[in-house]
Design a protein around this ligand. Structure first.
Ligand code: F6R
Length: 601
């Protein structure tokens, strides 16, 4: 939820640290700060500001020179977004600085003990306890910051990525992680630590994965990783496959718009080399059921996955909100295949549900977008989506590729369990292959929708209706509108409306209806549902693959297999949410109160 970056090398640290924070701002953007050692043994230079990163940048005009430093961009959990609560936090000498992503669950008890020992606290954060603890531990370990970090990690409960720097040894940065991400960027005469490779991609494409409960020490020329017992650990090194330009706006006004337009490529990249089969060692015959676990947009993709996997694979699928799953003692065992879906691969709710399922003997086959992420690493098998870096907080291209992953998995199971004939398999492959061009077609025709959306900018509420896979698509449309336009929006199954929600319809309420395939029974039923809302004053915008005449406004999308329709139908919904956010002057890429990677439960 917070973004963390550390640099030590031969150049000024200010640029790589601030640039890293800019690239990590998607992880949290309610305050930011940096710490730089300027003179050996003297208090560190600290600057921190509430609000967006630009507030910090404005305050950095007279920053002293330093070749190492750490920086943080925050999504507040404990203590509001103020200058004082912003990270880094300092020990009482002002020589040790610490930044943190995650939650320290036992901070109340730690703080009480530290205060008894004479430590003075300034902030309301859980993090500040750790810097005081680390300060004492460093003294106990004769100034060895890594040994102190190992000692402190053993005392902490919760989730954390921590980075610390001390002015006695200024080119030395120590990091640690438990349940939150931390990667090492391996440079030439310089090294980096960050929550995400995006922070240092402009400087190096070589990264090291850090495991659970590992501590890392970097200097300009060395990297050492140890476990909490102090034993040296060999970390996996990997090449980052995308380049810095992938994380730039490239002429678009917002990352979200760019990412909406990148969907044809993202879909095509995710399909490439997989249409003839997935290279998986899993034996699908042994599974009696599948459980998909995910949050938010990824959950909506999972709901579509249920339709595809059950139809093609003929195996029961439950789709569960990850945050609810492990707390209700669900029935699962080694005959269960659990599919976590996560763009970031770091979502704490999903990770915890994964671990729970694993502890019950289930096989874990995850769908992730971020290479080397914790969820991917802790799974028995992974299907990586190839959406590339998604910077806008609201997910678009990652959702499209999660849908593709669901279809690929459904197809694979259908084939392996002999539920699909050769002819059916070929027809599905043909339809899947045609999707990138069809999404391109949708994107070429959305301009009038942007204008139409602006007309509704002052309405109080928008409803989304769908049937079959149109229902999860409607949920996704409503989620996008809520998070971007800050307006009431809800998605409903068309048939469910009359059981209560129809009371929400008032004169002029916009209803976005996703029409099922032409001539289908569902299309007839949906047409009736549309009549019901229109009779009560709703203005209906239909998204349809045929010339449906029952709506006030019609958005045409190309024809495809009914199961694949969400890939096309969601594009106008993303455009509606985007345009509404622009019209209401909201921050499109960084909507209020949100963070891209939700690493707390
Ligand atoms: C909405 C959105 C979130 C994420 C959810 C899960 O636009 O982005 O709802 O889908 O937080 O995130 P991941 O996929 O990273 O696990």
């Amino acid at each position: 939820m917070c973004g963390i970056v550390g640099y030590t090398g031969k150049n000024s640290a200010l640029n790589p640290v601030v640039e890293g924070l800019r690239r990590l701002e998607y992880r949290g953007y309610d305050s930011a700060g940096i710490a730089l050692p300027t003179e050996i043994g003297k208090p560190l230079y600290i600057e921190k500001r509430a609000g967006k990163l630009k507030n910090l940048e404005e305050a950095l005009a007279k920053t002293p020179n330093s070749t190492s430093g750490i920086g943080h961009t925050r999504w507040a959990t404990h203590g509001g977004p103020t200058d004082t609560n912003a990270h880094p936090h300092l020990d009482n000498d002002g020589k040790l600085a610490l930044i943190h992503n995650g939650i320290i669950e036992n901070y109340v008890q730690l703080r009480a003990e530290l205060e008894k020992r004479g430590h003075k606290f300034k902030s309301e954060t859980d993090t500040e306890s750790v810097v005081h603890l680390l300060s004492d531990a460093r003294k106990e370990n004769n100034g060895d910051l890594a040994a102190a970090m190992r000692q402190v990690c053993k005392q902490l409960k919760g989730s954390f990525t921590l980075l610390a720097i001390h002015s006695d040894n200024p080119s030395h940065i120590v990091g640690a992680r438990r349940n939150s991400p931390l990667v090492v960027g391996v440079g030439n005469g310089e090294n980096f630590l960050a929550s995400d490779v995006a922070a240092f991609i402009a400087h190096t494409k070589v990264a090291l994965e850090l495991g659970q409960d590992e501590v890392v020490e970097i200097t300009p020329t060395s990297i050492e990783v140890t476990n909490l017992a102090g034993q040296v650990v060999k970390s996996k090194q990997y090449e980052i496959s995308w380049d810095a330009s992938a994380a730039e706006r490239g002429g678009f006004t917002h990352f979200m718009l760019k990412e909406i337009y990148e969907q044809p490529k993202a879909i095509s990249d995710t399909l490439i080399g997989r249409l003839d089969g997935l290279n998986l060692k899993l034996k699908f015959k042994k599974f009696e059921k599948i459980v998909i676990i995910a949050c938010g947009t990824a959950y909506n993709a999972g709901l579509v996955g249920k339709y595809a996997i059950e139809k093609w694979g003929q195996i029961p699928v439950d789709v569960e909100l990850a945050s609810e799953y492990r707390y209700r003692e669900p029935s699962l065992d080694k005959k269960t295949l659990v599919i976590p879906i996560s763009q970031s691969g770091e979502t704490m709710d999903t990770l915890m549900a994964l671990r729970y399922a694993k502890s019950k003997g289930a096989t874990i086959f995850s769908v992730c977008n971020t290479n080397g992420s914790t969820i991917g690493r802790e799974s028995d098998a992974v299907l990586y989506t190839h959406a590339g870096p998604e910077i806008a907080v609201a997910s678009t291209k990652a959702f499209a590729t999660q849908l593709i992953a669901m279809y690929l998995i459904g197809l694979e199971i259908g084939k392996r369990l002999d539920n699909l004939s050769k002819k059916e398999v070929n027809a599905i492959i043909e339809q899947l292959s045609a999707l990138p061009a069809k999404v391109e077609q949708v994107l070429e025709t959305v301009e009038p929708l942007r204008e139409l959306t602006r007309k509704f900018k002052d309405v109080e509420s928008v409803l989304f209706l769908g049937r079959h896979v149109g229902y999860p698509t409607a949920l996704e449309g409503a989620l996008k509108l809520k998070e971007l336009a800050y307006m009431h929006a809800e998605g409903f199954a068309g048939g469910e409306l009359k059981h209560g929600p129809i009371a929400l319809i008032d004169k002029g309420t916009p209803v976005v209806a996703i029409m099922p395939a032409e001539h289908s029974v569902l299309a007839e039923k949906m047409a009736s549902n549309i009549q019901e809302v229109k009779a009560r004053g709703a203005v209906v915008i239909a998204i349809s693959e045929f010339d449906f005449v029952g709506a006030d406004h019609l958005i045409r999308i190309p024809k495809t297999d009914q199961l694949l329709q969400p890939v096309l139908a969601v594009v106008p919904l993303q455009v509606i949410a985007y345009e509404m956010a622009v019209a209401r002057r909201n921050d499109v890429d960084q909507p209020r109160n949100l963070a891209k990677s939700v690493t707390v439960e």
